[in-house]
Design a protein around this ligand. Structure first.
Ligand SMILES: [Zn+2]
Ligand SMILES: [Zn+2]
Length: 255
């Protein structure tokens, strides 16, 4: 059994909880440590189960709270060497460990599968977290899905998948042109449509739950993203995540 929850998801802050009966990990800590602890408490998730934080890349919406959180909980954060070096000094925790993209490793009762993805950071990674034959993916900040994303998605039973923007809202919106181009580029973010196509073409039978993640406040709306997936709702449960509060705690079991 795995319990999963998006404690925060959006272009202003990301933090995802993945735990079993005894232990848990976080992917990213892009809101304050105080907020992370409050949101865990609000969903009856026990912070004492958290054993480590796995960092995807150095953008502040993914690492803002990591330094204080690791200190408070007495745990380590995991970075690639380049990501650690590229992070602001104020965000660098004292307790950290390094991992190599593409090299899976065991951590407590989990197997961590980190892989490179297309995004405008120094060495951006996504994670598939495995425990007892179940896999959960955290796939956000992806300009365009590549073979790494596709092959890991196929193994997932649940996935936090980026639906950053609606094409029409982005291009008609108020962002400056260079920023619109950056977001829509191959090293920017996944649109609702790109995420839909990825799932439509590549999701495997084992996938039972999809959490629409990392929505932009300016260029997307939860209901627009949710409606984009209408066609797929017979294949798996679709959930929204929130920037304001922790989302639902879902239990993932082997079918
Ligand atoms: Zn981000
Ligand atoms: Zn990013």
């Amino acid at each position: 059994m795995l319990e999963i929850c998006a404690l925060a998801s959006g272009s202003n802050g990301n933090c995802y909880y993945i735990g079993n009966e005894h232990e848990a990990i976080l992917v990213d800590a892009g809101i304050s440590a105080k907020q992370i602890l409050q949101r865990l408490y609000s969903r009856q998730l026990d912070y004492r189960k958290i054993r480590g934080v796995f960092i995807t890349h150095e953008h502040s919406d993914h690492i803002r709270g990591v330094r204080v959180l690791t200190k408070k909980l007495g745990i380590s954060a995991f970075f690639t060497e380049k990501t650690y070096t590229a992070s602001w000094q104020r965000d660098q925790p004292n307790a950290f460990s390094l991992f190599t993209p593409g090299v899976s490793f065991s951590f407590k009762s989990f197997t961590i599968h980190p892989f490179l993805k297309n995004h405008d950071a120094i060495e951006p990674c996504s994670f598939r977290i495995e425990h007892a034959g179940l896999s959960v993916g955290v796939f956000t900040d992806i300009g365009v899905p590549d073979e790494n994303v596709i092959s890991n998605l196929k193994k997932c039973h649940a996935v936090f998948l980026e639906t950053n923007y609606d094409d029409e809202m982005l291009w008609k919106g108020s962002y400056p042109y260079y920023l619109k181009r950056r977001i829509a580029s191959d090293v920017g973010h996944l649109s609702n449509k790109q995420a839909f196509e990825l799932l439509h073409e590549h999701a495997d039978q084992g996938l039972s739950a999809v959490f629409l993640s990392h929505l932009s406040a300016e260029n997307n709306k939860p209901e627009i993203a949710f409606n984009e997936f209408e066609q797929l709702k017979t294949r798996f449960a679709i959930y929204l995540t929130s920037r304001e509060e922790a989302g639902i705690v879902a239990r993932i079991n082997k079918q």
